[in-house]
Design a binder for this molecule. Structure first.
Ligand code: OOG
Ligand code: MG
Length: 273
C-alpha cells in the first residue's frame, strides 16, 4: 500500500473515500484523470471499505455484495479485464416495480443481473468455504450503475475505489435454486417494449454459479462478509445502457423478471408508462 497516514491507513485512501463519497452525495463527478494516480488495487479496496464505513455511519445497512466484469460484454464495454467486487446497502435497493428518481444520479446506466440469496452464514475467511452450498435462492435483477468519475471513465483501481459504480439495484421474486436451471438461459432487458440488451447466462463466466468461488476468493482477500440473508449480484451478462425516464425490465428465462420506472422531478416519465 502507499505511504501510511494516521492509524496506518494511507492518506490517499482517506482522501479518495471522502472525494468519492462527496461525488455520490452531490451528483458532481470527479475527474478520473486527476484521481489519485498512485492508487494501488489494495489501496482501492481499502478506499472502498472506507467509503462504505462512511455510508454505514450514516445509517445504511450492508445487504450484500456485487460482482463486476464477469462477462466479456462488460469487460469490453469498460476496458477492464479483471473481476471486481463491490458492496450493496439497503438504501440502494428499489422495490420491484418501484419508481426510481434519476435526480440524485450523475449519468446512470442500467444492466440485467442474476441475483443469488445467501441462505446461511458463510465464513469467507475460510479457504474451503462452500458458498454455492449456502445459496438458497435466485432471482432476475437490475443494477443501476453510476460511476462517480467524469465520462464514466476509469481503470481497475479507480472503479474498485468507487464501489464498482454501484448505485441502485432491483430484485425480482426469489426462486429456490434447486428448482431453476441457470444453464445458458436468455437474458433480455427492455425499455418499454423495445429490447435494448440481450445475452445469455452463459456469458457470466460460463454459468452464473461459477462466480461464487471467485467471489469467495475476493471476499477472503479483501475481508468482506456475507451473512445469511445477503444478496449477491453475479454481474451483467450484457452491456449496460443509459437509463432514461421510463419503464425498464429484465427477464432471465426460467428464472423470472423484474422492472422499475425511472422518473425525473420534471415529471417526464417517458411514453411507455
Ligand atoms: C462497473 C460495474 C460492473 C457488472 O455487472 O459487470 C458491473 C461499471 O461498469 O461501471 O456491475
Ligand atoms: Mg453489475
Amino acid at each position: 500500500m502507499s505511504e501510511a497516514g494516521a492509524a496506518g491507513v494511507p492518506a490517499v485512501v482517506t482522501w479518495a473515500a471522502e472525494v468519492l463519497d462527496g461525488a455520490q452525495q452531490t451528483a458532481v463527478p470527479v475527474r478520473a484523470t486527476q484521481a489519485w494516480p498512485e492508487l494501488t488495487l489494495e489501496d482501492a479496496y481499502a478506499t472502498q471499505a472506507s467509503l462504505l464505513a462512511r455510508r454505514h455511519a450514516r445509517g445504511e445497512k450492508a445487504v450484500g455484495l456485487k460482482l463486476g466484469f464477469t462477462s466479456e460484454a462488460k469487460m469490453r464495454q469498460m476496458g477492464v479485464d479483471e473481476l471486481i467486487v463491490g458492496q450493496l446497502t439497503d438504501v440502494m435497493q428499489v422495490a420491484d416495480g418501484g419508481v426510481l428518481s434519476l435526480d440524485a444520479l450523475i449519468h446512470p446506466r442500467i444492466e440485467p443481473e442474476v441475483a443469488f440469496l445467501v441462505g446461511s452464514d458463510v465464513d469467507l475467511a475460510d479457504p474451503d468455504v462452500d458458498l454455492e452450498g449456502a445459496i438458497s435462492g435466485v432471482a432476475a435483477g437490475l443494477e443501476i450503475i453510476d460511476s462517480r468519475y467524469d465520462g464514466f471513465r476509469f481503470d481497475l483501481p479507480r472503479v474498485v475505489a468507487d464501489n464498482t459504480s454501484a448505485a441502485r439495484f432491483v430484485l425480482g421474486a426469489w426462486r429456490a435454486l434447486d428448482e431453476v436451471d441457470l444453464d445458458d438461459r436468455a437474458v433480455t432487458m427492455c425499455r418499454g417494449d423495445e429490447v435494448v440488451a440481450s445475452g445469455t447466462t452463459a456469458a457470466i463466466l460460463g454459468h452464473p454459479l461459477h462466480t461464487l468461488p471467485r467471489l469467495a476468493a475476493l471476499g477472503r482477500r479483501f475481508g468482506l462478509q456475507l451473512p445469511a440473508g445477503s444478496v449477491v449480484l453475479a454481474g451483467a451478462a450484457t452491456e449496460a445502457v443509459a437509463l432514461e425516464p421510463g419503464r425498464v425490465s429484465a427477464q432471465v428465462d426460467g428464472v423470472g423478471q423484474v422492472h422499475l420506472v425511472a422518473v425525473t422531478t420534471a415529471g417526464d416519465e417517458g411514453s411507455e408508462l
